[in-house]
Design a protein around this ligand. Structure first.
Ligand code: ADP
Ligand code: ZN
Length: 522
């Protein structure tokens, strides 16, 4: 379809399609349901904007988006390019909304952006059937899944559109979807034999690095000082931390501002603007910052605190290097932060939500502590295999972590799990195993007679946090497994049993234990 390229050139001013755009558009115009997974900046909007213009039936394309703040921008840009587009959301006066509705009734528009909650109001169903709707595009489709990082219950109702408009093809687009989220999207939105398009998530220009968090204020200061002309974002876990971070940087003469949902709207907008204009070089923010912000020259992203999940981490780091030039992503990791998060997660009342949060935390900890290629860890999470040996863009590839002969500690740990397991009626958690190893004198140990197992007190050469790190590595290496749930228990895997019997040498990676983390006790 050469006319697609013509429209891309004449209306949008681009010379060629980005990867998969053409394929997505063609499948959609052939009335197929489409599922498209493109990384941020991959040009998802074009996938529904262009077909809306060229479709022979001149029908209306309804774009469902949760990002009210972005609707105006997109519609302004479309209108500037001469496209009949409009949007409806809660930011409009009722007079304005009425006049746009009238325009829709007259069939004046080719594209309508709308928030999901609005779309599902009762009288809308009538409207939709009267508007010659030709396509429904669901942007940020991962919002339909609780397994994503941004679940929106309103998205669940979108499947009702299928009954109202059974003939109309759906297009679901997202930048973040694991296999699980993908399945959720397809099933909740009732996509019918969708054409599936998945672009690579690799960001070759980004470098990934993890450092043990050790005097983070100084670590950030050093980082920033070594990049005097570069803009970047420091992501913090709380509003207070974001403010403190911005203050500390500003006090040392760096142009830094905070950004979080607790700031007055005008201040937030001002700080964001200043960052976009390069008047402010550093934004210290909660994850409220960044959705839909298109600043091409963000050169680095630091995570001051452990992100809640890998998807979020990928999104947030993805804001660096949008212009294709190098970007640095640094995560400051401490086991203490992870313990804090575990604590919060234990307070979650909904069981399903709690277990999702737990497994997400485990995955991000795994990423942080892994000695393997970070890029391949990240891409693996999105179901993509990255097989090139040494990505030359992550700390572990550039400077492999120090390893040591861990045969003895591994044997001690594994055999302690084995002994303790045999001496108990129920499973035991890793902490209990570590207490036995280090010869702790606890109620539980005495009650269960675990002070009489042969591995009691044989591990006093390591501190408990050091043992915890050994445990996590054995888990990662697949010698141990851990159950889900609030009180996870550990077991040997078959590999663990084999290696214990065969006394095979085991190489372990030096853990990233910081003096600070070592002091934190659960
Ligand atoms: P996404 O929603 O996937 O993050 P956008 O739809 O916002 O990405 O597109 C990112 C940028 O890329 C926008 O500025 C858009 O105009 C631009 N863009 C889209 N398609 C093309 C193309 N084929 N060639 C060049 N730029 C494009
Ligand atoms: Zn690597």
């Amino acid at each position: 379809m050469p006319e697609l390229l013509d429209t891309l050139r004449t209306t949008f001013g681009y010379d060629h399609f980005r990867p998969l755009q053409r394929e997505i558009i063609e499948a959609h115009l052939a009335s197929r349901d489409v599922f498209a997974l493109l990384p941020t900046g991959g040009g998802k909007s074009m996938c529904f904007q262009l077909p809306a213009l060229v479709r022979a039936d001149r029908g209306l394309t309804v774009v469902v988006s949760p990002l009210i703040a972005l609707m105006k921008d997109q519609v302004d840009q479309l209108q500037a390019a001469g496209v009949a587009a409009t949007y409806l959301n809660s930011s409009l006066s009722s007079a304005e909304a009425r006049s746009r509705m009238a325009g829709l009734h007259r069939g004046e528009f080719r594209l309508l952006y709308v928030a999901p909650e609005r779309l599902m109001l009762d009288n809308w169903q009538q409207n939709l059937t009267g508007w010659n709707v030709a396509a429904i595009a669901i942007d940020e489709a991962h919002c339909v899944s609780e397994w994503g990082h941004d679940f929106r219950p309103e998205y669940r109702q979108l499947s009702e559109l299928r009954d109202i408009l059974p003939e109309v093809p759906f297009m679901a687009l997202t930048a973040t979807a694991t296999e699980r989220v993908r399945e959720d999207i397809v099933s909740h939105l009732q996509l019918k034999e969708p054409a599936v398009f998945v672009a690579s998530f690799n960001r070759p220009n980004l470098t990934y690095k993890v450092l043990p968090k050790n005097g983070p204020a100084r670590q950030i200061m050093d980082f920033v000082k070594s990049r005097p002309d570069d803009s970047g974002i420091v992501y913090c876990a709380s509003r207070a931390a974001a403010e403190r971070c911005a203050e500390a940087l500003a006090a040392r003469g760096f142009a830094a501002k905070p950004y979080h949902a607790g700031l007055p709207a005008h201040e937030r907008a001002e700080n964001q603007e200043a960052f976009l204009r390069d008047d402010v070089r550093i934004i210290c923010a909660t994850i409220a910052f960044g959705m839909g912000i298109n600043k091409p020259n963000v050169r680095w992203v630091i995570h001051y605190d452990l992100p809640k999940n890998i998807e979020g981490y990928y999104q947030e780091t993805g804001r660096a290097g949008r212009d294709g030039l190098p970007g640095d992503c640094l995560l400051l990791f401490s086991a203490g932060d992870a313990a804090k998060q575990t604590h919060f997660i234990d307070e979650i009342t909904d069981e399903h939500e709690r277990s999702v949060a737990r497994s997400q935390l485990r995955q991000i900890m795994h990423y942080a502590e892994s000695a393997g290629c970070r890029r391949s860890e990240l891409l693996g999470y999105f179901g993509e295999s990255f097989t090139i040996d040494g990505c030359s863009g992550c700390d572990n590839c550039l400077e492999p972590r120090e390893t040591y002969d861990g045969t003895i500690v591994a044997q001690k740990f594994l055999s302690c799990v084995y002994r303790v397991r045999r001496a108990s009626q129920f499973g035991c958690g890793a902490n209990h195993v570590i207490e036995v190893l280090t010869g702790a004198d606890t109620d539980k140990i005495r009650r269960w007679g675990h002070d009489r197992v042969t591995t009691y007190g044989i591990g006093t050469e390591l501190s408990r946090p050091q043992w915890a790190a050994v445990f996590r590595e054995l888990l990662r290496l697949g010698f141990l497994m851990q159950t889900e749930g609030q009180y996870p228990t550990v077991e040997l895997t078959q590999e663990g049993v084999d290696i214990l019997r065969a006394r095979t040498p085991i190489t372990l990676t030096k853990p990233m234990i910081t003096p600070k983390a070592a002091r934190v006790r659960r």
